[in-house]
Design a protein around this ligand. Structure first.
Ligand code: FAD
Ligand code: NAI
Length: 469
């Protein structure tokens, strides 16, 4: 191969961190290579994460609406029948389209893509080992590690991707399980639990803590918990799984109270282990440049610089929320720093979204964080039951909550539990990014009838002049 193998930037990992870094580096005129071990780019997010899960969430939501909602609004259709082969095919077709789009963006930005396993072989050197064992060596002034994360294993519960699955297995179940037990009431457990519940599974969620979705504002999480329970989710909070036995009949899980106590058994057809993700750095050659990971496996960084000169790290493999858009922010900032610009990420402005129905979205501080920091704040709230569009659409569960400084009115956080929350949260991000006050938003005209009017009404609530509730 007569290819020039020397670059300004070599990126290891082709997920949202890696491919966005490659695009930005290409835009800034840096000679860029990206190395990905999968056959296609897109990383966890496109291949086995954000995108396939959202495809299943969309399809299963329509399935549930067709079965339970259509009749009440005057649309008589026969009970929907699931074609699971087509469900998975449609999901894969969308994923394939998206990964092709990333390959196109690499070409457009003159990025050279290498398929193979990347390993750092000392300062400025990366080897790429293809599946057939062929090795190429790339040299570069800068190496960006964007190798992402993998599911955290649960001791004593071995994932076989048939009866005991992780998120990857749960995205491709060949049949709807009668009883799905989810270990972990986090985002994956509740999103994928929702998918299979809507398609007909009984879903039980076993959670170690005495609440669901740690990190979410407690008041919002409590309301969300109630809504999910009403939908049919069963929760076993404050409970740990101590062992799992598989047989032809299914999986027998041994449970115990988190604090210890009597054992109980729970039978499942399929168990989804979703207790978090951990950084992935296996076989990366970190030792060759003197990088050591911290106790939890993350690569320590200071403004994306690792301990090794010329080696940078971004995305799930470093600290911060493990989210695709956070990886993208890291990517842009790191590349801009490499190019001599002023790259920076404000982690307070990374929004979170749970794509259930209703959705949950938030940005900035939770009430729990403000209390812990001793900050005096005011609250403005507005329920979707009083929002005309939500009422017309039969989507009245949930509320919007604003948290603003008691004296200055500067907004610290906005939390939305309700329809299309993920689409609505960005106006709160803009407000917080510009140091806005609740009154700034309260005095901006919002279109009627939209759900976003609930956001405005909640902002009005901070100063006590909510008009429509
Ligand atoms: P990754 O996307 O994990 O990409 C890393 C890539 O590096 C992988 O393709 C891997 O094959 C490759 N790689 C690793 N080591 C090497 C090596 N040595 N050589 C070559 N290649 C290597 N986030 C959201 O923001 N929204 C969502 O809706 C969402 N949904 C999710 C749903 C699920 C089921 C899961 C599992 C995750 C979801 N996430 C979501 C999280 C999101 O996928 C991650 O935060 C995001 O993919 C992180 O991007 P990354 O580039 O850091 O790593
Ligand atoms: P998570 O961190 O969101 O939730 C894990 C849950 O498991 C927590 O509630 C935790 O208390 C619980 N847990 C931990 N150990 C346990 C044990 N031994 N027994 C029972 N419960 C236990 O992790 P999850 O759901 O696996 O998702 C991983 C990450 O993927 C998320 O944190 C998020 O960053 C990303 N993701 C984002 C999505 C989105 O943005 N919509 C969707 C899916 C994933």
């Amino acid at each position: 191969m007569s290819q020039d193998q020397s670059f300004d930037v070599v990126i290891i990992g082709g997920g949202p961190g890696g491919y966005n870094a490659a695009i930005r580096a290409g835009q800034l005129g840096l000679k860029t290579a990206i190395v990905e071990t999968r056959d296609v780019l897109g990383g966890t997010c496109l291949n086995v994460g954000c995108m396939p899960s959202k495809a299943l969430l969309h399809a299963s939501e329509l399935f549930e609406l067709a079965g339970h909602e259509f009749k009440s609004i005057g649309i008589d259709v026969p009970a929907p029948k699931l074609n699971i082969v087509q469900l998975h095919k449609a999901k894969q077709d969308s994923v394939d389209g998206l990964t092709k789009g990333i390959a196109f963006l690499m070409k457009k930005n003159k990025v050279t893509a290498f398929t193979g396993y990347g390993k750092i072989e000392g300062a400025g050197k990366v080897s790429v080992t293809a599946k057939d064992g062929a090795v190429q060596t790339l040299t570069s002034k800068n190496i960006i590690i964007a190798t992402g994360s993998e599911p955290t294993p649960l001791p004593g519960v071995i994932v076989d991707q048939k009866q005991i699955v992780d998120s990857t297995g749960a995205l491709s179940l060949p049949a709807v399980p009668k009883h799905l037990v989810v270990v972990g009431a986090g985002i994956i457990g509740l999103e994928l639990g929702s998918v299979w519940r809507r398609l007909g599974a009984k879903v039980t969620v076993v959670e170690f803590l005495d609440r669901i979705t740690p990190g979410m504002d407690t008041e919002v999480a409590t309301a969300f918990h109630k809504i999910l329970s009403k939908q049919g989710f069963e929760f076993k909070l404050g409970t740990k799984v101590t062992a799992a036995k598989t047989s032809a009949k299914g999986v027998s899980l041994s449970l115990e109270a988190a604090a210890g106590g009597n054992a109980e058994t729970l039978e499942a057809d399929v168990v989804l282990v979703a207790i978090g993700r951990r950084p992935f750095t296996a076989g990366l050659g970190l030792e060759s440049v003197g990088i050591t990971t911290d106790q939890r496996g993350f690569i320590p960084t200071n403004h994306f610089k690792t301990a090794a000169p010329g080696v940078w790290a971004i995305g799930d493999v470093i600290h911060g929320p493990m989210l695709a858009h956070k990886a993208e922010e890291d990517a842009v900032a790191a590349v801009e720093l490499i190019a001599g610009k002023a790259g920076h990420v404000d982690y307070d402005l990374v929004p979170s979204v749970v794509y259930t129905a209703p959705e949950v979205a938030w940005v900035g501080k939770t009430e729990d964080q403000l209390k812990a920091a001793g900050i005096q704040y005011k609250v403005g709230k507005f329920p979707f039951i009083a929002n005309s569009r939500a009422k017309i659409n039969h989507e009245t569960e949930g509320f919007v909550k604003f948290l603003a400084d008691a004296k200055t009115d500067r907004v610290y956080g906005v939390h939305i539990l309700g329809p299309q929350a993920g689409e609505m949260i960005s106006e709160a991000s803009v407000l917080i990014a510009f140091g806005g006050a609740s009154e700034d938003l309260a005095r901006i005209c919002h279109p009627h009838p939209t759900r976003s009017e609930a956001v405005r009404q909640a902002a009005m609530g901070v100063e006590g002049w909510t008009m429509q509730a």
